[in-house]
Ligand binder design. Structure first.
Ligand SMILES: [Zn+2]
Length: 384
């Protein structure tokens, strides 16, 4: 059975001293990130002025920079030692994404982001991070109380810990414990293929005709907006402000949890009912072009959904195929292959002028995605 890395997210309950320690570590990690980024930029500029086009972006470069920072700023010594090295590892990864995959240039980290974190490595020879009963031991911070499910608790106790990311998110504290574990694949009830058309109006339409509607978050959104307004009217840091902030966080978290839960249920359904899952590569920019709301959360949500599906397929030995985003899945008639070039964006139902079939736009698209996915899969398998 395959060994996989899993990140278990557990809620932790640090006391006042620990919170201060966490705050310090988070602050230092952010400081180092921003400093390294700036130094890199300045050095790059210097290189460019002298005719070089690319500055090596590797561990040695950044480690030297980090050591220089450490001598200059003594407060960095208060950090857990591995957490600062982790910063440049993450930064290198960010740069790689930028250079190789066309992601955005790594940006500065700000204090105002509601999600703050730092990561520490486990020294496996001495188990510097370990689980003692209901406590998670973290170096420099101590035994932090945590709460999680029985299933997770057993996993935590029985596996090797690679690293832990401590996050502060909307007023709550979490530890994402990265472990190495054996994954037992989930049995599938069906072995067919399915095409999935992701959208905005409906979260997804399956080639079986099933439509998954988006959750209704109007209550959460209304409350979030209300408390946001209240916060803006109150003095930052005052008692009233903190009160409103607490309520604001509560609703933000509630919305997020409902969403994550729904995604997990949906991807679990796909994994258990099909053995081949075909999707379209997301064209996020195009999807949100006409959308005034352009909700960032929803955008991140779809990425989250696709990534979730990708790793679940990987762990459970399902085929996961992504169809090119230029494949005209909604324009092709699934019955005869006619391409309807000027099919409008808002059209929900259309009749094929060639063969007369009546199509539900999304179901027709998902059927095409399924067939194109299967064709790609066959091609891939022939190549091997
Ligand atoms: Zn047709």
């Amino acid at each position: 059975m395959p060994l996989v890395n899993k990140g278990l997210r557990i809620r932790i309950y640090p006391n006042k001293d620990m919170r201060q320690e966490i705050e310090q570590n988070i602050g230092n990690a952010r400081f180092v990130w921003n400093q390294l980024l700036q130094t890199y930029r300045e050095t790059y500029q210097l290189f460019k002025d002298h005719g070089y086009t690319r500055l090596q972006c590797n561990m040695t470069t950044f480690n030297t920079m980090l050591n220089m920072l450490k001598t200059e700023y003594s407060f960095l010594g208060l950090s857990e030692s591995t957490s600062l090295q982790q910063v440049y590892r993450d930064l290198i990864q960010s740069f790689n994404k930028f250079f190789k995959y066309g992601a955005g240039y790594p940006c500065r980290k700000t204090k105002r982001n509601p999600k703050q974190s730092f990561r520490i490595q486990n020294n496996k020879s001495i188990n510097s991070i370990r689980v003692n009963g209901r406590y998670l031991y973290l170096p420099k911070i101590g035994d932090v109380k945590f709460r999680t499910s029985k299933e997770y608790l057993e996993l935590l106790k029985g596996s090797v810990i690679n690293n832990v990311t401590v996050c502060k998110e909307n007023g709550l504290y979490f530890a994402v414990v990265n472990i190495e574990t054996i994954h037992t694949p989930i049995q599938s009830m069906g072995d067919g293929a399915v095409g999935v058309d992701l959208g905005l109006k409906n979260l997804a339409t399956l080639s079986t005709g099933l439509k998954i509607v988006n959750l209704n978050f109007s209550q959460e959104e209304e409350r979030i907006q209300f408390y946001q307004q209240q916060m803006s009217r109150r003095k930052n840091g005052s008692r009233g402000f903190k009160e409103a902030q607490g309520k604001y966080w509560k609703w933000v978290n509630r919305k997020k949890n409902r969403k994550t839960d729904a995604y997990h249920r949906f991807t679990y359904y796909l994994i258990t009912h099909f053995s081949t899952i075909c999707l379209e590569k997301l064209n996020i920019r195009g999807m949100f072009q006409n959308d005034k709301w352009s909700p960032k959360l929803q955008r991140n949500g779809l990425y989250q959904l696709v990534e979730q599906l990708r790793y679940k397929c990987d762990w459970n030995k399902r085929d996961f195929v992504q169809v090119d985003r230029f494949y005209p899945s909604s324009q092709l008639c699934h019955e005869c292959g006619y391409q309807h070039h000027d099919l409008g964006i808002g059209v929900g139902v259309w009749v094929c002028p060639e063969c007369g079939s009546r199509h539900d736009r999304d179901v027709n698209a998902s059927l095409n995605i399924r067939d194109e996915g299967l064709r790609l899969l066959k091609e891939q398998k022939n190549d091997k």
